[in-house]
Design a protein. Sequence first.
Length: 441
Amino acid sequence: MAANPLANKNIIVVGLGLTGLSCVTFLVAKGANVSAVDTREDLGVSVSVPVFLGELDSARLCAADMLVVSPGLSLKTPAINAAIDAGVQVIGDIELFAMFNNTPVLAVTGSNGKSTVATLAYEMCLAASKKALLGGNIGIPALELLEKDADIIVLELSSFQLETTYTLRPHVACMLNLSDDHLDRHGDMLSYQRAKLRIYRDARFSVCNRDDAATWPMTINPDVMFGLSSSERGLSWNKDSAHILLDGKYFLDSHACMLVGEHNMLNIQAATAMTMLAGIDHSAIKRAATTFAGLAHRCQTVAVSNHVRWINDSKATNVGATIAAIDGLAPTCTGKLILIAGGDGKGADFSPLEERFNTQVSELITLGKDGPKLAELKANSHQVATLDDAVQLAATLAKGDATVLLSPACASLDMFKNYQQRGDLFVKAVNTLVAKQGGQR
């Protein structure tokens, strides 16, 4: 690789969100001739390079030496696709990062759980007194991490980022799971899987889910596998004793962990496997695993009032995430499990939820664009217009011990700005209700 492969190249940044803006700053510093395009008519921010707004111009993109495409834009966009056909190099911010990074990377992807696993792996590294950084699809854009001194960089990577990444060569790569998501972008499950599996390209070590063959590398044998099924090798789960096992022997008592649910036991296993392969000692791994409280909007306990536990899982934007939440929490429920679900399903197949709705969910409350489709899967379900209505109805339905779970199985954009706003409004509605009831017990 040349000392600076970007100097004097004509590079267009496509899309000026947070990632795109970080790319502009980085490319200018590297001496490239940078311009940018964005489909919006008004950015609302000033940019230090020439910017062309509105419909993407194929001729302009085809004349560039390189396009750096933001993850929110599909490579199938006609103007971008035309540039690819014309032989223009098309990459993303993670590939730019890879060109200049010399720090070992722990990279994780998956349909669900990747933010939790990435953050927990980061905390495990910190517990071992490593200078660790966390970024990518979570928190700080990857390019900004290059400015900082570190022993290890933990990257959460989306399928959108991976489809424009070629030379990352992570020290450890992990794919957690695969379920219906982003099919409106990828077209079908095979294309989605192929994008995710790119994480294993030239990885030194690989970690995958023993119980989900879709996560297995196609050309190499995984170094460590994890799962709920029993195994004498790798990480596994003993449901009877509630222990995580390592090579068939007790490793960690789940009762000592703040994370709850079987899906979170998988998350702990994955982070453990990744950090072990990075040389993190077992004592540091266990310290972090037992003190990590989880992330907002991911099976987050909001309140317990009048024997009702309210859980915010707004980040469950696909079917697989909601299945994981139901399967993980149902065994801990001593009374009703009341589920609030619905939103924009992004063309997903909801049928895998039907069995859970009818065996583990006591009451189903639906809302949003695809709420009616979800309601069809369970007799006597309840359809409401707003999230406030859903919370009020859930409180009415909750008699005795109950758990109310917001786990939409859908994206939020039909009713909310993003999943964070949806979760925040749920928390606000629950806190208002609890205050009227006289506070938490």
